[in-house]
Write a protein of this length. Structure first.
Length: 532
């Protein structure tokens, strides 16, 4: 009898030891607690220190903290009601929730537990096991996040694909329409019995169509450069008043004669008397895009534009373009700034467009640290506004901001001009323009010839230099010419006509810049500014 008692004690001791070993090697901790609001712990294994940061002694009988307080607040009442429901049916709890460790860090845990009842069915306590599952949870969360991102990216790619398809279909139309006019009317020009008025009319149509094609090509290339991050602002000293005048003058000529439309630059109430620091090429392009849209989408009434200075909050200069045109539904306000997006309805179908103008304007404004917005309702006209930081230049001087307004007839005495140009048609066109003003023209077919001519003839007054030429390009030719005659003005005339091309050409040391196709006024302005 005594022996069997000792055996039982020994067995009990054995299984206690086995249990202790198993509990000791488990990754989490086991507990026995009361079913009260605090989950008062009666027993907790040592691993609770790893999981919660509290020792068993601190947790037992709520000595330092109750387990309820270790549970993250947002899970407390949920866990309480889950236990309550499960105990009614003698079920097993299996829940994942967050705890706040002693060091303040939040961790995910998994709890599995069960009620322990006496033979009469009275609940005595709860037994269970809690383990840290943060690593798994975080991996799951990352996976969910990745899935969401993938889903969004997929939707974006699909949307962008649809947009691109629509853009290409539209582009084909946008190219064919002016091409049709150019080819058709240049054919008609060959007819012998043409009245001079008809001829002028055809030439104007060809001219407008060419310009339209050119701006389309510029927009497409500019947009792709923006998207690949190749464009950045180039800050210069700018006379905003002068720039607004230039914009008004150049856009007034683009209003179709069949529109009863007035383009007005409203003089500001408080006029800037000093130059500001900004990117004049981009600023002019933004204004041009907004005003051209207003002209396109307005048949009668007016297109007005102006600026206002806001000296508070670091200072900004706000530009406005207001029209009395077809207006834009509120629901389209955001999407029209996305590339390729156009509103298609009976009012817009015949007005053409690539859906790039506003996307470029928005990208430029944001690049300069500003914001663009609009107020508009369908049928009630539109007001586009954008603001850029106002950086006043302390030193006050008048700056031509890439243009000046001198009349072409200012061209005074005859000059000896060297045109470096490898393309025959381009040279013929330039010499036709220049000889109207009695200038004497020399031609160099490449950069090297240009350098040789400058070296041999010190009577040359000005060089008009193409950039892309065989043997020696315009940049290298400029360097050599400036070594021979540092003061000889050299103007770049080039088909590298995007905003950053102008920047790199000016940075190379050219005295002026004209983009092809060269307009008469543009050429005269560039030459005049050099003569002055
Ligand atoms: P595009 O004019 O070449 O189509 P934009 O990006 O400049 O491309 O403009 C996108 C769309 O926004 C236009 O197609 C037009 O539907 C709408 N929109 C832009 N400006 C105006 C305006 N002033 N009035 C009415 N609608 C406009």
């Amino acid at each position: 009898m005594e022996n069997s008692g000792a055996l039982i004690v020994e067995e009990l001791d054995d299984s206690r030891k086995t249990l202790a070993t198993i509990i000791g090697v488990l990754p989490g901790f086991v507990y026995r607690c009361k079913n009260d609001k605090d989950w008062t712990m009666i027993f907790v294994s040592n691993q609770c220190l790893d999981v919660t940061g509290y020792t068993p002694d601190e947790l037992k009988f709520n000595k330092a903290i109750s387990f309820n307080e270790v549970i993250a607040e947002e899970y407390r009442s949920y866990l309480y009601s889950r236990w309550k429901a499960l105990l009614k049916v003698d079920g097993m709890l299996k829940e994942e929730y967050k705890i706040v460790r002693k060091d303040g860090k939040t961790r995910w845990v998994l709890e599995q537990g069960k009620g322990v009842f006496d033979e009469k069915g009275k609940l005595l306590y709860l037994d269970g096991y809690i383990t840290d599952i943060t690593t798994r949870k975080e991996a799951e969360e990352r996976l969910v996040q990745k899935n969401i991102e993938l889903h969004i990216a997929k939707e974006r790619a699909e949307d962008s694909n649809k947009l691109k398809t629509a853009f290409l279909a539209n582009l084909s139309h946008e190219i064919r329409t002016p091409m049709n006019a150019i080819l058709g009317f240049s054919d008609l020009l060959k007819e012998e019995d043409l009245q001079s008025e008809q001829r002028d009319n055809y030439v104007e149509i060809i001219n407008n169509s060419g310009n339209h094609l050119l701006s389309l090509i510029n927009d497409i290339i500019e947009m792709s450069k923006i998207e690949t991050g190749q464009i950045s602002p180039n800050l210069e000293e700018v006379d905003v008043n002068l720039l607004m005048g230039v914009v008004e003058k150049s856009l007034a000529t683009t209003i179709p004669s069949d529109k009863k439309l007035e383009l007005k630059y409203i003089q500001p109430r408080v006029r800037l008397t000093e130059n500001i620091k900004t990117d004049p090429v981009k600023l002019r392009q933004i204004l041009t895009n907004l005003i051209s849209n207003s002209v396109k989408f307005t048949d009668v009434g007016s297109v007005e534009f102006w600026y206002e200075c806001n000296m508070s909050e670091g200072g900004s200069i706000n530009f406005f373009v207001k029209d009395t045109g077809i207006g834009i539904d509120r629901e389209n306000h955001r999407e029209i700034f996305e590339r390729f997006n156009r509103i298609l309805n009976e009012q817009t179908t015949n007005r053409g467009g690539s859906g790039l103008g506003l996307a470029i304007a928005k990208a430029y404004v944001e690049m300069m640290g500003g914001k663009i917005d609009l107020e508009s309702e369908y049928g009630k006209g539109s007001l586009f506004k954008f603001s850029i930081p106002l950086i006043i230049c302390k030193r006050c001087r008048t700056h031509a901001s890439g243009d000046n307004l001198i009349n072409s007839e200012d061209m005074t005495s005859s000059m000896r001009i060297l045109v470096a140009e490898d393309e025959d048609t381009n040279f013929l066109y330039l010499s036709a323009l220049l000889s109207k003003f009695n200038h004497i023209i020399f031609r160099a077919g490449n950069g090297k010839e240009a350098v040789d001519l400058v070296r041999d003839d010190d009577t040359i007054d000005l060089v008009l230099m193409d950039i892309k030429m065989p043997i020696l390009n315009g940049f290298d030719a400029l360097k050599q010419i400036k070594k021979i005659r540092p003061c000889l003005p050299v103007i770049a005339q080039t088909a590298y006509a995007l905003s950053d091309d102008e920047q790199s050409i000016r940075a190379a040391g050219f005295d002026g810049y004209i983009a092809k196709p060269i307009m008469k006024q543009q050429l005269m302005d560039a030459i005049n500014s050099i003569c002055k």
